[in-house]
Design a binder for this molecule. Structure first.
Ligand code: CU
Length: 255
């Protein structure tokens, strides 16, 4: 009967195996590359128009970095297998080595790393959601949003009979959207503010945001809703408080 070797001895024995060293090297290079480029998607998306979008971009970057070592490991094993374990010649390939799933330490490490990552992502996501909903809670401006093939209509119940096919919002004031549809399922998406919610016929869904950047941004439909779905887009104008008052009054409403 052989006595089991201590972990340190086994680890040193593993590190001397060329395939482990090769896979580790590829893994380290790929992980570094993925982490170095993790900021690119959020940069490409341009400046955020709300704290919600800041949270979305931070979450994208953090999730990419958290997933980088896992993705890099899968690619490293695949790449090493392609380069070094490829079968050449016309004879039958060598018999495979014992499968990974019967290797206890490998299974335990995989399970532990996956669990820690999942718990981290869950906690991060919940904390970000909490911070976004707390920021938009006080005295919101209510806007009713109605989708129909293939236009958006916005009305302001607190400002009288104001209705528009473009969205006007005052800067730095929390907004609460009540979203519905007159026909099929649409999805109300204010791109640079990082909010998106389904517009369902016969139902009202809600979402909220605080616009913090002056300017014009995109409103799109994010649910395939028929022939002209791609044209179902409009503009949100984020203006200062006095410009918003003038716009409301100019459209027959009151502030
Ligand atoms: Cu649509």
């Amino acid at each position: 009967m052989t006595t089991p070797q201590p972990f340190g001895v086994r680890a040193r024995a593993w590190s001397r195996r060329p395939e482990i060293r090769g896979i580790f090297l590829i893994w380290a290079v790929l992980t570094a590359l993925l982490c170095a480029f993790a900021f690119v998607p959020s940069r490409i998306m341009g400046p955020a128009a709300s704290p919600t979008m800041d949270a979305v971009k931070a979450t994208m970057t953090v999730f990419t970095i958290a997933a980088a070592p896992v993705a890099a490991f899968v690619w490293a094993v695949a790449l090493y297998s392609l380069l070094r374990w490829r079968h050449r010649g016309s004879g039958p390939p060598e018999a495979a080595r014992p499968s990974m799933r019967t290797n206890r330490p490998a299974t335990a490490v995989w399970l532990l790393v996956s669990s820690v990552l999942c718990v981290f992502l869950l906690v991060w996501g919940l904390a970000e959601m909490q911070s976004v909903s707390r920021a938009s809670a006080a005295q919101p401006l209510v806007v009713n949003v109605t989708g129909q093939q293939w236009v958006w209509t916005f009305s302001y119940p607190g400002q009288g009979r104001v209705e528009s096919d473009q969205l006007y919002l005052p800067v730095n004031r929390p907004v609460l959207f009540h979203v519905t549809s007159n026909d099929v399922v649409h999805s109300f998406w204010v791109v640079q503010m990082g909010i998106k919610v389904d517009a369902n016929p016969g139902m009202t869904t809600t979402t909220n945001v605080t616009p913090t950047r002056l300017g014009t941004f995109d409103v799109r439909c994010a649910e395939l809703c028929g022939l002209l779905h791609a044209d179902m887009q409009t503009t949100v104008h984020v203006v200062d408080a006095s410009a918003f008052r003038s716009w409301v009054v100019g459209n027959g409403g009151h502030v």
